[in-house]
Design a protein around this ligand. Structure first.
Ligand code: GLC
Length: 649
């Protein structure tokens, strides 16, 4: 087992004054471009013979102090540093009663329900009901002023929507987590009705992405910069599961700020960051998506704030390279897609997505493109950049060719010959046509298509996975035609994929024997619930970015209107259940931060679609050329592909 140790050295000389920082004993200090973090690593391989329970024994906290940080075992000499004796984060929450909104509020919800109260006591509006109001119609028509009625209705709707947005901002601010006085993330959910918080009180990397984007679009850059830099420190953490360590570049799924008593001083406390890399997570899955999202957010931060000094820092460049090395490492794979275990992304429990799930491939592709933009040119990373470029070409070819299904392709698969042994096989993965599920033969629209969920030898997972498809559009992993076709399919299958609440995480649900075997009888993932085809409002923001990229914002606007009819009244649930999405999820948390932030990001982007460029990867001309060379290398397109030259930018 390897051990690692890192040292964080802070130089406060260039601190920018922004936030109140009780730890540092001076007002308003936070990270600044001049804030240096030096990470020293030492790996020793002498400890391989540690007993099996060593992961518990060595699990410890990252303690960041003014002037330095100890990393790894708390026995390290903390006293060498000036510790940060912080207040509890709650006591320095940024939202006060005075901050809350005074917008137009209509009290037609159940007044006695304490959870309707947000901010300074404003009650959310039941927009759907108000829109339908018979009384309202009567009043308008009896006056015979239809045009005026329409105008009033529009004004009224606008006021309702403004109020929902204000509520969302208040809730988002209430979810902020502070570390030593500075904002560093948002909790997954702040549900006052739930006594069993599990890990929803933690800052999840993937959950923070829409929060971070909302803050960026609102010109609030510090929380995102702090998040990026602190999670970077956690990347070097010693992580083990029964004495086995995953790769060095792994980012945690989540982290928590804990307030612990200061050693040797009972009257004082200090704050520590405690990450979870999956060693405590349900199912013990490593979050492959965390590092990929981190890279995507880092680029968005630079593009939005104009502050490139963060991505240029040596430790940040090292962090990017560590993630890339982990993803680009050679293994046994024949495919350019990333091979991962079940539950390694947003779907973080068993759902039969192990192998090469689309979501991870889309994030991987996006992160490779983002990283390429940010990597400083230097001799030492030439090999890495070459590997990255080769992977981009191979990955896009593989996904566009083999994951794509539409009527034409489905008909081709339907007539596949099997057991072909040759380089020229048409049915390369030996897919048996009987594998095409009966639902798909009916479901596939004449116009439209999508990328399937997963591909393995003799196995195509034909389920539609939303995030993977949407992010393939955003990242240009899908071609322009494919991207339009995915949106065509979403329109054609609106009643299935959106129904009463955008957006189904996947379609259709696993049922009966399939559910038993594939989910392991998971009672949380029963058919049409949660990961098993439940509806997640947070997916609205990825839908919006995809629609903006393809210049089809009407689709996103329609989805946003649908959300506005219910989400505030329902108290911003984590997910919805049933085929029609009519029910709030069986075990859904209320006030789930990424439902709130996802809505805000959609609204902000629809108001200013150009801002979506911080997330979009435009199709790279050189990649397109390399791609057509690969196809051109073999006129049959399905034969053995020979790339004569490495693709080097
Ligand atoms: C659940 C979800 C996961 C999310 C976490 C926090 O575990 O499956 O995707 O990150 O909750 O919201």
């Amino acid at each position: 087992m390897g051990t690692s140790e890192a040292m964080l050295i802070l130089s406060s000389t260039g601190s920018k004054l922004v936030f109140s920082d009780p730890c540092l004993g001076k007002p308003n200090s936070t990270f600044s471009p001049k804030f240096h973090v030096e990470s020293r690593k030492r790996r020793s391989y002498s400890g391989y013979m540690k007993p099996l329970n060593c992961s518990r024994a060595i699990r410890s906290f990252l303690t960041i102090h003014k002037g330095g940080a100890s990393h790894g075992n708390m026995m390290f000499a903390q006293s060498h540093f000036l510790n940060c004796h912080c207040q509890r984060p709650e006591s320095i929450s940024g939202v006060t009663a005075e901050d809350a909104n005074g917008a137009l509020i209509f009290d037609i919800e159940n007044e006695s329900n304490p959870f309707n109260v947000v901010g300074n006591g404003a009650k959310p509006i039941v927009l759907g009901e108000l829109q339908q109001s018979e009384k309202e119609k009567e009043t308008f028509t009896s006056n015979g002023e239809l045009a005026d009625a329409e105008t009033s209705k529009r004004t009224f709707r606008k006021a309702c929507v403004n109020s929902i947005e204000e509520e969302a901002w208040n809730l988002l601010r209430e979810s902020i987590v502070y570390y030593c006085g500075s904002p560093i993330g948002t909790v997954a959910a702040k549900d006052p009705t739930e006594s069993n918080v599990l890990n929803y009180d933690q800052v999840f990397i993937r959950d923070f992405i829409p929060s971070g984007i909302a803050f960026l679009l609102n010109g609030e850059y510090d929380i995102v910069r702090n998040f990026i830099l602190h999670t970077l420190q956690l990347q070097s953490w010693e992580k083990t599961m029964d004495c086995h360590s995953p790769g060095q570049g792994l980012m945690p799924a989540s982290f928590k700020v804990r307030t612990v008593p200061l050693e040797g001083d009972d009257s004082a406390t200090e704050e520590v960051l405690d990450p979870d890399f999956g060693e405590a997570a349900i199912g013990r899955v490593a979050p492959v998506d965390s590092g990929l999202w981190w890279i995507i957010l880092l680029r968005a931060y630079g593009k939005c704030s104009g502050d490139l000094s963060v991505q240029e820092r040596v430790d940040v460049q090292t962090g990017i390279k560590m993630i890339l090395r982990l993803c680009l490492a050679d293994g046994f794979d024949m495919f350019p897609t990333l091979l991962v275990t079940d539950g390694s992304c947003m779907i973080d429990r068993r759902m039969g997505i192990h192998g090469h799930p689309l979501e991870i491939q889309a994030l991987f592709y996006s992160a490779l493109l983002c990283a390429r933009e940010m990597l400083a040119p230097e001799d030492g990373s030439a090999d890495l950049v070459r590997a990255l470029n080769n992977r981009l070409v191979a990955l896009s070819f593989h996904i566009r060719e083999y994951y794509w299904v539409d009527m034409r392709k489905l008909n081709e698969i339907y007539r596949y010959k099997t057991e072909e042994y040759s380089f020229d096989a048409v049915n390369k993965f030996n897919i048996y046509p009987d594998q095409i599920p009966p639902w798909l033969l009916e479901w596939m629209p004449n116009k439209g298509g999508y990328l399937i969920g997963n591909l393995q030898p003799a196995h195509m997972d034909f389920r539609f996975f939303s995030l993977g498809n949407l992010w393939s559009i955003v990242s240009s992993l899908a071609t322009v035609d494919q991207s339009h076709a995915i949106l065509d399919l979403i329109e054609a299958k609106w009643a299935d994929l959106v129904a009463g609440m955008p957006f189904k995480i996947c379609y259709p649900a696993l049922e009966g024997e399939e559910w038993r075997i594939i989910t392991g009888c998971d009672p949380k993932n029963t058919p049409w619930s949660y990961h098993n085809a439940g509806s997640f409002p947070t997916l609205l923001w990825q839908l919006t970015v995809a629609c903006i990229k393809m210049n089809r914002t009407d689709i996103a606007s329609k989805a946003v209107e649908m959300v506005e009819r219910r989400i505030s009244r329902d108290k911003w649930p984590e997910y919805y259940d049933t085929k029609s999405g009519r029910f709030m999820g069986k075990q859904a948390r209320l006030f789930q931060t990424w439902s709130i932030a996802g809505y805000l990001v959609s609204k902000l982007l629809l108001a200013d679609p150009h801002a979506a460029k911080i997330l979009i990867n435009v199709e790279d001309e050189e990649l397109v050329n390399a791609f057509s060379c690969m196809i051109g290398a073999n006129p049959r397109r399905r034969g053995r592909m020979v790339v004569k030259k490495s693709y080097i930018v």
